[in-house]
Design a protein around this ligand. Structure first.
Ligand SMILES: NC(=O)C1=CN([C@@H]2O[C@H](COP(=O)(O)OP(=O)(O)OC[C@H]3O[C@@H](n4cnc5c(N)ncnc54)[C@H](OP(=O)(O)O)[C@@H]3O)[C@@H](O)[C@H]2O)C=CC1
Ligand SMILES: O=C([O-])CC(=O)C(=O)O
Length: 249
């Protein structure tokens, strides 16, 4: 357990990420479409999101892109800070701008963790001089992605805004990269029957030069679709909210 937080944390979606956050921090309230999933978390189980918003001042979404679309406007309108795991919920540029404008107007903070990837810091720095191209090449076990294939197979090639519609639980990182890079990035998704890890390769080209970042993630034991690093990332982010020293970009 990290230091006791002064803020009241609420979590939407009581699955893998929520349970791991609850092991690290005191949680005030939780909500899931299936209430029984919340029972083993030591927190108030809410009947709906409105109850959770009223009880908490820092709300973690760990549910689905649709949950972001459904709940983010009312959370931000109430000036509550929000950490969004399902960044794919912000794929639509108009919706995203609406949420970001609401946050500025209501003094709410929005946190988009690095999740299952690295390189967000590099892309931010590189963007200052100009980015030419950003590509995400993701490989996951074919069964995890819902494919029955005999060998490594390209199952998607296109833009992040389309990829997230096809794989809402598997390429949220592509939308995060798009938001950071300021462009709808290129995405390739491979289904591989022989791979156990969730592999993300990020290729960046710009005036700074070129970068290739390769993350070979262990899947979370509780949910193989989600990389273990994606569980650790919000835990670090929450633990660092009050830090005085900033490291990296
Ligand atoms: N940014 C990143 O790097 C990553 C982001 N993610 C995102 O984080 C989410 C959570 O991951 P994880 O904890 O591993 O997933 P889990 O499937 O283990 O948990 C998600 C839980 O949220 C529930 N849920 C879904 N929609 C809603 C809703 N509208 N309101 C309330 N509860 C809901 C699910 O119910 P049910 O099972 O019935 O749908 C499930 O119990 C993923 O779905 C994905 O969108 C995941 C990995 C990496
Ligand atoms: O955990 C991962 O490897 C990435 C993931 O599911 C997502 O971005 O939605």
């Amino acid at each position: 357990m990290f230091k006791v937080m002064l803020m009241k944390i609420g979590i939407i979606g009581c699955g893998n990420i929520a349970h791991n956050i609850a092991k690290s921090f005191q949680v005030q309230a939780v909500y899931d479409v299936v209430m029984s999933k919340c029972e083993d978390i030591d927190a108030n189980v809410c009947n709906n999101v409105d109850e959770l918003i009223d009880e908490c001042d820092f709300i973690v979404e760990a549910a689905s892109p649709q949950a972001v679309i459904d709940y983010a406007p009312k959370i931000i309108e109430k000036g509550k800070d929000m950490l969004i795991m399902s960044v794919g919920g912000l794929a639509d540029v108009k919706f995203r701008e609406k949420i970001f404008t609401l946050a500025r107007k209501n003094g709410a903070h929005i946190y988009l963790p690095s999740g299952a990837i690295g390189g967000i810091d590099l892309i931010k720095s590189a963007k200052v001089a100009g980015l030419k191209k950003v590509t995400l090449r993701s490989t996951k076990n074919s069964k995890t992605l819902g494919y029955d294939v005999k060998e490594r197979t390209l199952v998607f090639k296109g833009k992040a805004s389309e990829a997230i519609k096809k794989f809402p639980k598997s390429v949220n990182v592509s939308v995060l990269l798009s938001i950071v890079a300021g462009m709808d990035i290129d995405v390739e998704v491979y289904a591989d029957p022989d791979v156990k890890e969730n592999i993300h390769e990020i290729l960046v080209e710009g005036d700074f030069g070129e970068a290739e970042i390769r993350v070979r993630n262990k899947p979370s034991p509780q949910n193989p679709k989600t990389s273990y690093l994606a569980v650790l990332s919000p835990i670090y982010l929450i633990s660092s909210l009050n830090d005085v020293i900033r490291m990296g970009v």
